[in-house]
Ligand binder design. Structure first.
Ligand code: ATP
Ligand code: LTN
Length: 335
């Protein structure tokens, strides 16, 4: 079938720090397989990243690294449109219009806003609150049908759907109403290694809470060995064993096992053997991605050309929707 008949898919990751295996398992890994069946747009969400304090030089570096990581993980610039969010001004332009149909109460009750406001009490800014509207703009600009994300983004996606429907009701059919694509089972939400009641987050102040995509083998194994587990000594996935269940989810993500297969594999063995095996499986899976990312980062001209081409294509697609929006709301554009 021709590419033009494929539905559109959009997702993004923030360059707000070292990407974790939570981001990889919950989001990036799934981006790769979806490239065959959808017209995919994948963005580095730098506009979102500045809703918490970033160091300019570090943000620039993280943007380039994330672009290289996308490609190293298997996103093919010949199949998907890879770009940096701030290179396409329509994201900010649509955000302004969508702000006028968003109620403050919808934003102030968002879980992520409440969590991040508590965590960054010294910098509770309007951007942090408006974050989900910018995210809705990212999605709606491309007439997106499907949005692959981790479970933590479900609430934001609900808002994107509400805003699409609200705008369509008020101004006439303009936006496709997007569907979330969230993994089933324990991979959709990888938990902190230090506290399995919280999600693994790249901005956690404790580096032992997460494994990054660039951690070396020894670090990965050490972090797995230190991971908080539960009482008992049995490798079994269950609600009363959040620490072990989380390690099983990680192990399965990198080995392709099911919960049952992993439980059988470690029957009669203790947590020690299991944690070592998890660390080795993660390190083995990340090694080829790491070397490819390092190779790409040496070829800045190539990365720049991918970004430039992606931004051009995204710009044209976004313009079509933005022009329609501007017409519907009544902005004068000359005779
Ligand atoms: P921060 O911790 O700085 O808020 P983050 O890692 O939560 O960042 P993003 O970079 O915006 O946030 O996340 C990119 C993608 O990774 C999203 O689809 C998100 O749902 C997914 N994701 C993030 N953390 C996890 C996790 N622990 N488990 C599964 N998926 C995750
Ligand atoms: N907020 C997202 C990252 C993101 C995103 C998007 C995801 C920004 N824009 C559009 C999907 C679609 C997060 O995962 N924290």
């Amino acid at each position: 079938m021709e590419g033009t008949e494929k539905k559109i898919l959009f997702s993004a990751v923030q360059p707000s720090g070292a990407v974790t295996i939570g981001n990889y398992i919950g989001a990036i890994r799934n981006f790769v397989g979806l490239q065959e069946d959808y017209n995919c747009f994948y963005a580095v969400a730098d506009l979102h990243a500045i809703t918490v304090k970033q160091e300019a030089a570090v943000l620039r570096k993280n943007t380039l690294s994330l672009m290289a990581l996308f490609i190293a993980c298997g996103i093919d610039p010949a199949k998907s449109i890879l770009f940096v969010q701030s290179h396409v001004p329509a994201h900010c332009e649509l955000t302004w219009v969508l702000n006028t149909i968003t109620y403050p109460g919808e934003l102030s009750r968002m879980t992520q806003f409440k969590d991040k406001s508590a965590k960054h009490a010294e910098n509770v800014n309007m951007g942090l609150m408006d974050y989900p509207v910018l995210m809705a703009s990212d999605i709606l600009l491309y007439q997106t049908a499907l949005v692959p994300v981790g479970a933590d983004q479900k609430q934001h996606l609900e808002l994107s759907r509400d805003l699409a429907m609200r705008f369509n009701n008020r101004y006439g059919q303009t936006f496709e109403v997007p569907e979330p694509y969230i993994l089933k089972g324990n991979g959709a939400r990888i938990m902190s290694l230090a506290d399995p009641s919280r999600k693994m987050s790249k901005s956690d102040e404790n580096p032992n809470a997460f494994i990054t995509m660039t951690d070396d083998r020894d670090t990965i194994i050490r972090k797995c060995k230190r991971a908080v587990t539960d009482s008992g000594n049995e490798v079994r996935c269950s609600e009363d064993k959040p620490g072990v269940s989380n390690l099983i989810a990680i192990y399965n993500a990198f080995t392709g096992n099911t919960n049952e297969q992993t439980e059988r594999e470690f029957e009669g063995k203790g947590y020690g053997d299991f944690k070592l095996a998890v660390g080795e499986a993660v390190a083995d899976a990340l090694a080829p991605i790491q070397s490819e990312q390092a190779r790409l980062l040496k070829d800045k001209a190539y990365l720049d050309s991918v970004m430039k081409e992606g931004a051009g294509k995204a710009f044209r697609a976004a313009r079509r929707t933005l022009s329609k929006v501007y017409r519907k709301v009544g902005f004068y554009s000359g005779e």
